[in-house]
Design a binder for this molecule. Structure first.
Ligand code: ADP
Length: 437
């Protein structure tokens, strides 16, 4: 019932006690009329001061959209005016906050659009929920990637696996993959946690275009391989003639010159062979993985060194149980050959070398330890760089090219493994290959 009717009804109820008090009909009638007039007047005031302002406020609130402000002044009863003012101020605060949020979102969108790197956002089902224009250009997919899964868009299992690892909270590294249009792209994945119960909510992938870099690397590597290949035949010929001259020329001085030519030609041949090995390792992916007994490969490489004269005084010991391993056999052999070669060459004259293998559930480790002079701390990371030698004079004498460890590391890393070094000055170094089991 409207409020003025309610007030009038209550006033009418007041007539009954008035009749009992005044006892006279006319007094009661006048009093009742006055009361009725008062009630009518109060009802009219209530309508103007309460009902109409409330109706106005309701109408404005219904018509308002998010971000609109409500009027802060509507004439009416003081309580209604206070309520209107409070609602007006509140709606202004909400509108200001919505404005700030929209500005921040526009700002972020502008940054995403201006970025040279592609950005894709995946949800917890590995579906793309957002992609910036750079990502769309990189993937040659003008729109239409949103809502699709990673596998549908990229058809790359390694990337899909990495994404699922990120979603499940496992650590992930960068992944390199090829797009349908042949671009080489590197993706760095960053999981973004939701609340504690739901774990990772989204994964942000930042995509870098490596096509030009990889192409330049391939051109460089092809160039090195071609030049090295061209050097091989003339070098073999120079070494052969120098050997013949050294053997057949009378006179010590000429013999010595010919031997120097021969020795240098031999060093150059080693360098050219190492450069070719490295270029081949870089150019080709590992061949199909074989399953074989690790101890056979280790014994093969060790027996080659036992027959080399420089290694005669060095005791080479092997400690390897029979371990079945799945790897690129040739590359593993190349890595081991380089490590054993170094362990022999950089050892003490009567030192020893120990090759030890062990297997756990997830990995196989092969350690090549020597009893040489050790490697200073500052050189330990640099020895894997191409042409880096710690002691140039000594290593050149020993026929080193500075490429052996670069080759070994590449041979191991290209099949998902690692090669690390541990060394103590004065007592020796241990190089460890770790391969996934
Ligand atoms: P190199 O052909 O000169 O031996 P490597 O790449 O195999 O080239 O090794 C790089 C450098 O690392 C070597 O010149 C040597 O100084 C150092 N080095 C490698 N292996 C050992 C080792 N077992 N003990 C001490 N120094 C080593």
């Amino acid at each position: 019932m409207p409020i003025h009717w309610r007030v009038a009804a209550w006033m009418a109820v007041g007539v009954v006690p008035a009749f009992l008090i005044f006892g006279s009909r006319s007094a009661t009638a006048i009093f009742a009329l006055l009361i009725l007039a008062g009630a009518g007047f109060a009802a009219l005031r209530l309508r103007g001061h309460v009902r109409e302002p409330l109706e106005e406020l309701t109408r404005r609130a219904r018509g308002a959209r998010p971000g609109d402000t409500l009027p802060s002044r509507i004439r009416g009863a003081p309580e209604i005016e206070a309520l209107t003012e409070a609602l007006g101020e509140w709606s202004e605060d909400v509108a200001a906050e919505l404005g700030e949020t929209a500005a921040a979102r526009n700002h972020l969108e502008s940054i995403l659009e201006a970025m040279a790197e592609g950005v894709l956002v995946f949800d917890a089902d590995a579906r793309i929920v957002l992609g910036n224009p750079a990502a769309e250009r990189l993937l040659d997919s003008p729109r239409g990637v949103e809502g699709k899964t990673c596998l549908e868009v990229f058809r790359d299992e390694a990337l899909d696996r990495a994404l699922r690892d990120a979603i499940e909270g496992r650590p992930v590294e960068t992944v390199e993959f090829r797009t349908g249009a042949g671009r080489v792209v590197q993706a760095s994945l960053a999981p973004i946690a939701g609340d504690a119960e739901n774990g990772v909510e989204t994964v942000v992938a930042v995509l870098h275009d490596l096509t030009d870099i990889r192409q330049a690397e391939r051109i460089r590597s092809d160039f090195v391989a071609n030049v090295s290949h061209e050097f091989k035949t003339p070098l073999t010929s120079i070494r052969g003639y120098a050997e013949t001259i050294a053997a057949e020329t009378p006179g010590d001085a000429h013999k010595e010159f010919a031997r120097i030519i021969e020795r240098n030609a031999r060093d150059l041949e080693s360098l050219v062979n190492d450069m070719l090995d490295l270029a081949r390792l870089e150019a080709e992916p590992p061949s199909a993985l074989d399953t074989f007994d690790l101890s056979t490969v280790i014994h093969e490489q060790v027996s080659r060194y036992r027959s080399v004269p420089e290694a005669a005084a060095i005791a080479i010991e092997v400690d390897c149980p029979s371990i079945r391993i799945r790897a690129d056999r040739e590359r593993l052999g190349t890595a081991l050959a380089n490590l054993i070669d170094n362990a022999v060459r950089y050892n003490r004259p009567d030192g020893d070398v120990r090759v030890q293998a062990s297997a756990s559930e997830s990995m196989v480790a092969i350690a090549v330890a020597d009893s040489g002079y050790g490697i200073p701390h500052e050189g330990r990371s640099r020895i894997f760089e191409r042409f880096f030698r710690l002691d140039r004079a000594r290593t050149r004498q020993g026929g080193g090219t500075g490429l052996g460890l670069a080759i070994a590391r590449h041979a191991v890393e290209s099949q998902g493994g690692t090669l690390t070094v541990d060394s103590t000055i004065g007592s020796g170094s241990t190089f460890t290959i770790r391969l996934p089991a």
